[in-house]
Ligand binder design. Structure first.
Ligand code: SF4
Length: 676
């Protein structure tokens, strides 16, 4: 790419966009991040849909999307808008269109914005493998443009906005054959539609690049930002706003974590103007999640993050060394850490930080064992304690023994001031030494700590804790530990980690990186969860991180499990079944929330298996992305079952469907019985 996806990867400067008016709500420009959601009612049921829209508006939803699967539903959007007007509910409505250009033309008469999916606006999905010559390909693009152009003209006449909403799972056969199932294909798909808008002089357009895979979503949005920047010299539409989302994220903690990783990573880049969090739950629950994500960045964007001139060299190194469009884990050396190993090709480790070393070693270790035992799917791979002063130092060895007595073999990671490192290193699996900024620990003390770690044969994690990250890296490297690791504490951890890694790259150092996250006690539980998802997930998606360390979330077992959920959400380490479930909409043929809960209870233990649960056969099969098995509503009381993209059982009665899905998984060798 001739243009980077972001100019200042260390600052999160907001991508400059134009304002697109959606009714009387502006998206992009200097507007705050807009929060939106989508109804799940039948669009022909005017009262039920108006009720749900009203409930969404009551909790702060600023734009509401409603499905318009056909012309009747598109027509009824007018009745819904009228009913909302009668109730005094003012909110822009968006018609969601798939496979139905005629419905789009009708909907444009009634609502403020039309969402089209370039993968199916004028293409039927047949999963066909075709070879196109360049001339045939161009002909196809022109055919699509002809179908699309009337809608663009009508939107322009009526002052409607449009979203060109690409989904990873529903790219057209034409795009799939040329670009594959890739971020590049997603971007190309959107740009073909943008060209029509450009030719018609229509610029009230917003983009989305959604995927159920957070990594793919991040890569696609970044690639689109870069491609638009590249077109800026020749295009008037290079500054269009972005609608962010991770689609089919599922429900519960996993869906929130996945959304925080995908959406939060992009907001850290300064990319994004409006957010929809997609949950297989009551849509009203989507709004506070989106609002919490937006809240973190609205203040930053309003304050206008300034690029740090001193960091410019590091930013260049980051942009040159980290490919933002492909996930590649940063190459690090492997280190022994107690009984485990860390870095290199090892899985990213999950550790727990307990804070000050316990005074009652035995009961603390037993309590930890009980809490971890309640999460049998996961293991704690490092236990952190903090030590300062002689009394605390004396508690390290007894706590180490108490952990062993309790059957906890995880290495003890002891955070200790440099001056005290020698006293605790022999009893530790790793020591973690703070490197404060100017006027902090003298270089001699850091060197002494490095010597203490080396002579005890343990790795030393340098915990950088000051704004001048580059100088802190240099100070730590000068101390000369032979088995170093690095972590950094900052109010903007994603950017601080990037700075640290760029400096390590500049110094030719392949030390592993530890990502530490302490829950902010001032946040509510949901916001704390989202912050962890972003602050740990964003670096992981950048390919950085050999261990994650969590603290401050209360129950130890659940805290460790959260670490594993973040690794699964970032697609780095799979512990449970991955569920890709649609949020449901007016097309849905069964109770998705209830069905998802039922299927999860039967199959949630199948690590490495991806199961899609989709509400309808119109969009479901196309949107299942890379699921191994699909469970898709085919009628009011029946489902179709898929293996990959292949339909293998049609119209299975709902009462038999769960058993038949399990049988199918068994038949394909992916089943295992749940642990007791
Ligand atoms: S897959 Fe789900 S959200 Fe998508 S159109 Fe069908 S029912 Fe609606």
């Amino acid at each position: 790419m001739s243009q980077p996806y972001v100019e200042h990867p260390f600052a999160g400067v907001r991508r400059a966009t134009r304002e697109v008016p959606v009714g009387d709500v502006g998206v992009g420009g200097s507007n705050p991040l807009r929060v939106q959601s989508m109804t799940t009612t039948n669009t022909l049921d005017t009262q039920a849909t108006a009720d749900q829209v009203q409930r969404l508006v009551d909790v702060g939803c600023e734009i509401v999307r409603i499905t318009a699967p056909g012309q009747k539903e598109a027509q009824n959007l007018g009745a819904i808008a009228t009913e909302l007007g009668r109730r005094g509910v003012r909110v822009p409505l968006v018609a969601d269109i798939h496979f139905a250009p005629n419905a789009a033309m009708i909907a444009a008469e009634h609502v403020e914005k039309i969402r089209i999916n370039p993968g199916n606006y004028a293409d039927k999905k047949k999963f066909a493998v075709l070879e196109y010559s360049d001339a045939e390909y161009a002909e196809e693009v022109e055919r699509v443009a002809q179908r699309f152009r009337p809608l663009v003209r009508r939107c322009k006449e009526l002052g409607r906005a449009m979203r060109i909403g690409t989904n990873h799972g529903s790219l057209s056969d034409r795009i799939m054959n040329r670009y594959g199932d890739t971020p590049a294909g997603m971007v190309e798909s959107a740009l073909e539609f943008l060209d029509v808008c450009e030719n018609e002089g229509f610029g009230d357009v917003v983009f989305s690049m959604k995927s159920s895979n957070a990594q793919v979503a991040i890569q696609a949005y970044r690639l689109l930002a870069a491609r638009l920047a590249e077109r800026a010299a020749a295009s008037r539409l290079a500054d269009l706003p972005f609608h962010l989302g991770v689609t089919e994220a599922g429900d519960g903690v996993d869906a929130r974590v996945k959304s925080a990783i995908g959406i939060g990573s992009l907001l850290e880049d300064g990319i994004g103007d409006t957010i929809r969090v997609s949950l297989t739950e009551d849509p009203v629950k989507e709004v506070p999640v989106a609002r919490a994500l937006a809240r973190r960045y609205d203040a930053r964007f309003a304050a206008g993050s300034k690029p740090d001139a001193a960091a410019a060299a590091g930013e260049r190194i980051w942009l040159e060394t980290v490919d933002p469009y492909v996930h590649e884990r940063r190459a690090t050396r492997e280190l022994a850490c107690g009984t485990t190993r860390l870095g290199g090709d090892r899985d990213v480790r999950v550790e727990l930080d307990l804070g000050p070393v316990p005074t009652d070693a035995g009961s603390a270790a037993r309590e930890l064992r009980t809490s971890l035992a309640a999460q049998p799917d996961v293991g704690c791979e490092g236990v952190g304690v903090a030590v300062s002063g002689a009394a605390a130092q004396a508690r390290v060895a007894p706590f180490q023994m108490a952990l062993r007595d309790a059957g906890i073999e995880a290495p003890l990671v002891v955070a200790v001031p440099a001056e005290e490192a020698a006293a605790v290193a022999p009893a530790a699996g790793r020591i973690a030494v703070p490197v404060p900024g100017e006027g902090g620990t003298p270089p001699q003390a850091l060197s002494d700590a490095a010597r203490a770690a080396d002579s005890a044969g343990v790795p030393l994690e340098w915990m950088l804790c000051g704004p001048d990250v580059e100088a802190l890296v240099d100070a730590a490297l000068a101390a000369g530990a032979s088995r170093p690791l690095f972590s950094v504490a900052s109010n903007h951890p994603v950017h601080a980690v990037r700075r640290m890694v760029a400096r390590l790259a500049a110094r030719g150092c392949d030390a592993p990186v530890v990502l530490r996250h302490r829950s902010d006690a001032t946040l509510d539980a949901e916001s704390a969860l989202l912050a962890a998802g972003t602050d740990l997930g964003a670096p992981l998606c950048d390919g950085v991180g050999d261990a994650v360390v969590l603290s401050g979330f209360g129950d130890a077992g659940r805290t460790v499990a959260l670490g594993y959920r973040i690794l699964q959400g970032a697609r780095l380490r799979t512990t449970w079944t991955e569920f890709i479930s649609c949020p449901s909409c007016g097309r849905t043929l069964f109770d998705l929330e209830e069905t998802t809960a039922r299927i999860k209870a039967r199959t949630g233990h199948l690590d490495g298996v991806k199961i899609a649960i989709m509400g309808c056969i119109v969009n479901g099969p196309g949107e299942m992305a890379d699921a191994d098995f699909g469970y898709v509503g085919s009628g009011p009381a029946s489902v179709n079952l898929y293996v990959g993209k292949e339909l293998v059982e049609r119209n299975v009665p709902t009462e038999e469907s769960d058993d038949r899905l399990v049988e199918l998984i068994r038949k394909h060798g992916r089943w295992k019985d749940p642990a007791d």
